[in-house]
Design a binder for this molecule. Structure first.
Ligand SMILES: C[S@@+](CC[C@H](N)C(=O)[O-])C[C@H]1O[C@@H](n2cnc3c(N)ncnc32)[C@H](O)[C@@H]1O
Length: 201
């Protein structure tokens, strides 16, 4: 656990980027993310760094009662807010802590969605290995951002010392991280529509 990072995200719990409902443009991007992750009725999904649970709620509705979302976050305040938002969703399991240390059933999930969180993993290779081990064979791993990597890296650099070094690695490095964990990267889109990587276990 990185306490400075957890404290920083605690302080961001009421900021627009973490609490405001998604706008139309963002909802279009969310659809692309769910499509890339093949999220459907009954899907079992891991969502690290869920923040206040906005995406978790959308996924929970999409997968229905036969599916499961396992969501977590290192920020107690984010988890507290996500708990409120997800109170009525019996198909969500929400925990506090790093995803690197979370308990995840081996080979039992269809999809991992890292939305707006991947740069914040202190050990990216370790996090990917851990999450890959939770995926079923042919499970899907998605890394997504509303902004492209240049925008994300610039934002983090300027935002706060706790996240100033949290970068989205270049595409060739991302491919190496995923291939070393036994996955094939199907695509990396990094353009004016944001960032979207899809890998298959
Ligand atoms: C930029 S926010 C995005 C939150 C949410 N996914 C969203 O899009 O609104 C990143 C979140 O990841 C959490 N986080 C950072 N490192 C983490 C880790 N190693 N494991 C789990 N959560 C983490 C932070 O506390 C924060 O809430």
């Amino acid at each position: 656990m990185n306490p400075a990072k957890a404290r920083f995200f605690d302080s961001e719990v009421e900021s627009d980027w973490s609490s405001k409902e998604y706008d139309q443009d963002e909802l279009i991007k969310i659809e692309r993310i769910l499509e890339a992750g093949s999220i459907r009725e009954g899907s079992r999904v891991v969502e690290p760094g869920c923040g206040t649970g906005r995406l978790s709620l959308i996924i929970a509705k999409r997968i229905g009662p036969s599916g499961l979302v396992v969501a977590n976050d290192i920020s107690p305040m984010m988890v507290e807010n996500a708990e409120k938002r997800l109170r009525g969703s019996s198909n969500v399991r929400l925990t506090w802590g790093t995803i690197e240390e979370a308990k995840l059933e081996h080979a039992s999930f269809d999809t991992v969605i890292c939305h707006n969180v991947f740069p914040h993993f202190d050990d990216k290779a370790k996090a990917v290995l851990k999450l890959r081990s939770a995926l079923k064979p042919s499970g899907v791993f998605v890394v997504s951002h509303f902004m492209n990597s240049a925008g994300i890296n610039d934002l983090h650099r300027k935002t706060n010392p706790a996240v100033a070094a949290d970068f989205l690695p270049p595409a060739d490095e991302m491919r190496k991280i995923f291939e070393s964990a036994g996955m094939n990267v199907e695509f990396v889109h990094d353009d004016e529509n944001g960032y979207l990587l899809k890998a298959i276990a």
